[in-house]
Design a protein around this ligand. Structure first.
Ligand SMILES: *[C@@H]1O[C@H](CO)[C@@H](O)[C@H](O)[C@H]1NC(C)=O
Ligand SMILES: *[C@@H]1O[C@H](CO)[C@@H](O)[C@H](O)[C@H]1NC(C)=O
Ligand SMILES: *[C@@H]1O[C@H](CO)[C@@H](O)[C@H](O)[C@H]1NC(C)=O
Ligand SMILES: *[C@@H]1O[C@H](CO)[C@@H](O)[C@H](O)[C@H]1NC(C)=O
Length: 452
């Protein structure tokens, strides 16, 4: 009795990560171990029913010499284990600061002299929502809050208004013209997948059903529009570099093992895209990560905290950007941390809930919650600054921080619908990490539209 996601009558599966995440985070503080156990059981159940064939061709065939290891290291998969684990040796990637002069803060904004990420939310039910969720065949049940009984619908009607200028309004035909003959690819985790689904839903309505297609859910999933010769794609790469979590369906959040020095598996897929939108964050927030360097022959892993490991991964990615990107030919975007709203006491002192029943944005200017980690932000700032004009930052953290009302909480379906018992416990079963659609990610995409 496992629920599947239907696209063009093919069976597709939604990855386990979000629920594990949510419960993991809630569990680590609230209901230690118990809930993790039940999610693990759920996961095992799912795995038994959906043994994915790992037949993907993982050979790296690019002429690019990016960090190609001398002898091919074992391909990591969810069965990979470390023979032993030692402390981090301090080994780095040789990608250092100081190549570029820091550039002005407006460098990444196509909108001269205006920081489009600083602003406020304005209620606007004349233009929003930008599409009807039930008319989008590619909508995910995990994000379709209205369909799953959310009683308050105000979350769909908010417009982002920058303080110093106006955004160009979303126009679906203009967007298709920008995409004509191109591949737009989102690369990252389930938050980035949500943004991709938003983009597909924003774009699909003007394409006749027989002129568009969606491939089955896989490492790389592709939405195509024939007449525009364009595609909008999603590549599952939650840690950016190669890891034991790269299967979009069967992956473990605990015991993450990464190759800190290699993204070959993902890179071979993403390097052909014309417009790339990357993200990574929450997968690094679950405790220490194991590093298995490409040169390591005996399965000896090093253990490093999430932030340190994320920095290594970001630098490996940055090395690729630096050596391979000509900004005149390819546009690369990086989406900053997507905030979570797990503790209502942060915006409403004295309360003990989460995002459940939140129905309006936070009004307090520059509100910042514990879901957006400042040390991570500083590290990301530093890496992106080094890359200068090669990367455009979609700095969605602050604007999304205000949107405590934007999460699905219990109004969603994940594998199976929540049971009445679960529905009666929003304190442990709310998703306060992902975002309802239509909703906040549509605005991230409007911002992307403004930079193209
Ligand atoms: C959205 O589409 C559904 C089904 O096509 C329709 O029943 C509903 O009225 C639409 N909602 C709006 C707000 O247009
Ligand atoms: C379609 O787009 C691809 C690039 O995505 C290009 O290589 C190809 O030539 C295009 N085909 C046509 C018919 O324009
Ligand atoms: C662990 O050690 C065994 C035997 O020494 C070796 O065959 C195996 O490949 C190692 N594991 C990894 C992940 O390298
Ligand atoms: C994103 O915006 C925050 C302010 O909201 C700022 O502190 C941070 O440096 C920005 N990050 C990047 C990478 O531009």
């Amino acid at each position: 009795m496992v629920t599947v996601w239907r696209w063009s009558r093919k069976r597709n599966h939604y990855p386990l990560i979000p629920l594990v995440f949510m419960v993991f985070i809630a569990a680590s503080v609230l209901y230690k171990d118990l809930k993790i156990q039940s999610v693990q059981e759920q996961a095992d159940h799912i795995h038994r029913h959906h043994q994915l064939q790992l037949t993907q061709n993982l050979e790296y065939t690019s002429p690019n010499n990016f960090d190609k290891p001398k002898s091919s290291p074992v391909v990591l998969d969810r069965f990979t284990t470390c023979n032993t684990t030692v402390k981090y040796s301090g080994h780095t990637l040789g990608w250092d600061q100081g190549y570029h002069m820091p550039e002005s803060d407006h460098r990444r904004s196509g909108l001269e002299d205006c920081d489009v990420f600083s602003g406020k939310w304005v209620f606007d039910n004349s233009f929003y929502p930008l599409y009807n969720g039930s008319d989008c065949p590619y909508m995910s049940d995990q994000l379709a809050c209205h369909k799953h009984g959310r009683p308050d619908l105000g979350y769909k009607y908010w417009k982002w208004q920058p303080h110093g200028c106006n955004l160009k309004r979303w126009n679906v035909i203009d967007m298709w013209e920008k995409l004509r003959g191109k591949r737009l690819m989102f690369v990252g985790d389930s938050l980035n997948r949500g943004q991709w689904i938003s983009m597909v839903c924003l774009l699909q309505s003007v394409i006749p059903a027989d002129k568009r297609s969606m491939s089955p859910n896989a490492h790389l999933t592709i939405f195509r529009a024939e007449d525009y010769n364009a595609s909008v794609e999603f590549l599952w790469a939650p840690l950016l570099v190669d890891s034991n979590s790269d299967d979009p369906v069967n992956h473990r959040l605990s015991d993450r093992i990464i190759r800190p020095d290699s993204a070959l598996r993902h890179l071979s897929k993403w390097e052909k895209a014309d417009i790339l939108v990357f993200n990574t964050y929450l997968w690094w927030r679950q405790g220490p990560v194991k590093l298995l360097w490409s040169s390591e022959q005996n399965g000896v892993c090093e253990e490093l905290d999430g932030l340190g490991a994320m920095e290594l991964a970001m630098k490996t990615w940055a090395k690729w950007v630096e050596s391979s990107i000509d900004p005149l030919k390819k546009q690369v975007f990086f989406v900053t941390m997507s905030p979570t709203h797990l503790w209502s006491r942060e915006w409403n002192p004295g309360s003990e809930g989460n995002c459940y029943r939140e129905s309006s944005p936070i009004k307090q200017d520059t509100y910042w919650g514990s879901g957006s980690d400042l040390p991570t932000m500083r590290m990301v700032d530093m890496v992106l600054r080094e890359l200068g004009l090669k990367v455009i930052v979609l700095n969605i953290t602050q604007l999304s921080e205000y949107r405590k009302d934007g999460h699905p909480s219990i109004y969603r379906k994940f594998w199976e619908a929540l049971s009445p018992e679960q529905l009666s416990k929003p304190e442990s079963y709310s998703d306060c990490i992902h975002w309802c659609l239509p909703g906040v990610p549509d605005v991230w995409n409007e911002l992307l539209f403004n930079f193209l």
